[in-house]
Design a protein around this ligand. Structure first.
Ligand code: GLU
Length: 548
């Protein structure tokens, strides 16, 4: 077979050569050890936590080694593409602080190794496709869908491994005349790789996460180009990662079964194999068993979910870091204010089996993050969130920024800051009562009769002096307690609860419910101070009226 002639027949318009491309995309001039890696998502419109795990791993590996991170859009599957998905992807990753040095951006491509969108690289793939054909390493296959399914059925019936290999690879050694006849008849074809692999051969491969793997050679003649001339993932990533001078490929371990073919393909193309970092899936507990997070069942897989809930970006980032490198948490405790980039990230510490996503842990991390922020930061981030997800609340916050900030300043700063909020969504239930429109009607514990509650509130009003300090204020609460026959002596109460109708804690709760509509709130003295004399008195009076 004259492979050169076959190459000309299949790719008459390809005039560039692999050497031309080598010159156009020279090796990058970076110091020894610099990691060049990429995110290569398919624009399906759904950006998930797994993308972030992969993005963050790639980003850390690239930037802490003085290397390069780029964004390549793998848009070869037009059927799966959703309009606007590239923009969603770029914006979301940016929102989470994944900074790309080059690649696809909102305003086209940025960098010398593009185009960075695979559909614009067809001519580049064809150069290598032609080269492989000319070297006898790839060939056209004219099998129809029907023929392939009939073959699969037969293989299943015969209990054979399914696929296009060995004697089933019916186009691999067909004479030129057969091929020519099909081409002349305008029949569609795909380009297949001529595999020289043998499944009785195994070899060792070292994955940066999975460790040493025993890999079985691939014997299937996989598709390189589909009938529209667009490459499969396998072929596209080999060409792209070579020409973009990628040193490390960080990707989901669903690609592990394709690794033998990828190793073979890089070899056939004469490309140096990048190092692979195969990341395990994100899982969650479902009852007592673990399962993979699923797009269909788990809203928390989508990154938009975290934005809508109002998890600060920094919190999600910190949480993912604790998930990926188990020593991150200790490091963070020792370096509470250091930028995350100061931590020495190691792909070797990734759990080969994947990570268990724990919502409660994320909330904890987030509470710590928010507790570390000053009131101004909390205010800005909360307003930004509310503008998108609760505009009415945003208007209230913006109407009097100083008031909102003094509310948000409660318990902030100091050695042990309060940890009230895990998300911005929780802010309204937490502080909404400071705004009259959001104040809920007080509901008092029915265990206490209305007259007692009313008497408490009335007595407090008689002695309330808004100018007093917190000690004097609390002395008054205690005085009211004693007046009503309740006790301030918690020990005595615990020893003999039947001896008292209740304690100072119950009295405080009556006041709290009257003023805030809630049984839990930040420090009541401070709340009254912020609300001011008139509103405090007004609320207590309406509570009394509501009990009549
Ligand atoms: N487009 C592939 C995916 O979304 C990329 C895999 C890779 O990073 O190589 O799964």
């Amino acid at each position: 077979m004259d492979y050169q002639a076959l190459a000309e027949l299949l790719f008459p318009n390809v005039t560039q050569t692999a050497e031309d491309l080598e010159k156009r995309f020279p090796p990058r001039n970076l110091p020894e050890g610099a990691v060049i890696t990429r995110m290569a998502p398919s624009p399906t419109g759904f950006v998930h936590l797994g993308n972030l795990v992969q993005g963050l791993t790639s980003e850390r590996m690239a930037h802490q080694s003085g290397g390069i991170l780029f964004l390549r859009v793998e848009d070869t599957d037009a059927k799966r593409e959703v309009p606007g998905a590239v923009e969603v992807l770029i914006n979301t990753l940016k929102h989470y602080g994944i900074h790309f040095d080059e690649g696809a951006t909102m305003d086209g491509d940025n960098g010398a190794y593009g185009p960075y969108r695979q559909r614009q690289r067809a001519d580049i793939y064809h150069v290598y496709a032609k080269k492989l054909v000319a070297e006898g390493k790839a060939y056209p296959c004219f099998c129809t869908e029907e023929e392939l399914s009939a073959m699969r059925e037969q293989q299943e019936k015969d209990k054979e491994t399914t696929g296009y290999y060995g004697k089933y690879a019916i186009w691999r050694d067909r004479p030129m005349e057969d091929i020519q006849a099909q081409i002349d008849a305008g029949k569609p074809w795909v380009l297949r790789f001529r595999s020289t692999g043998d499944i009785s051969h195994q070899f060792k491969y070292n994955d940066l996460v999975k460790g040493e793997l025993t890999v079985t050679e691939n014997n299937v003649d996989q598709v390189l180009l589909k009938s529209d001339g667009i490459p499969t993932y396998h072929f596209a990533h080999a060409v792209d990662d070579h020409l973009m001078r990628t040193t490390h490929v960080v990707r989901g371990d669903e690609w592990l079964p394709s690794l033998p073919f990828h190793i073979q393909l890089f070899g056939a193309l004469g490309f140096k194999l990048p190092k692979y970092v195969h990341i395990g899936p994100l899982m969650k507990m479902d009852g007592t068993s673990k399962r993979k997070l699923s797009k269909r069942k788990d809203p928390e897989l989508a990154l938009t979910y975290y934005k809508a809930e109002g998890f600060p970006v920094q919190a999600v980032y910190e949480y993912i870091m604790t998930l990926l490198n188990s020593n991150y948490e200790d490091w963070r405790r020792a370096n509470p204010t250091a930028p995350a980039s100061a931590f020495k990230f190691s792909p070797k510490k990734l759990n080969p089996a994947g990570n268990l996503f724990d919502y409660a842990k994320l909330s904890d991390v987030s509470k710590n993050e928010i507790a570390k922020m000053d009131a101004q930061t909390v205010y800005s981030l909360l307003v930004e969130w509310a503008e998108e997800f609760d505009p009415d609340f945003a208007d209230k916050l913006k109407a009097d920024p100083a008031y909102a900030k003094s509310i948000l300043a409660i318990g902030r700063g100091g050695k042990k800051p309060r940890k009230d909020l895990a998300t911005w969504k929780e802010a309204k239930p937490y502080m909404g009562f400071f705004y009259d429109d959001y104040l809920e009607t007080p509901v008092f514990d029915p265990k206490f009769d209305k007259e007692t509650v009313k008497a408490t509130l009335a007595k407090f009003l008689e002695c309330y002096d808004p100018d007093e300090d917190s000690t004097a204020w609390f002395d008054k609460v205690k005085a009211v307690t004693v007046d009503l026959g309740f006790t301030t002596d918690m020990k005595a109460y615990k020893a003999n609860p039947d001896a008292f109708p209740g304690t100072v804690a119950d009295i405080s709760t009556f006041l709290r419910v009257a003023v805030t509509g809630k049984t839990a709130s930040p420090d009541l003295y401070t709340v009254m101070k912020l609300l001011g004399k008139d509103r405090t008195i007004g609320r207590i009076r309406s509570a009394i009226a509501s009990l009549n």
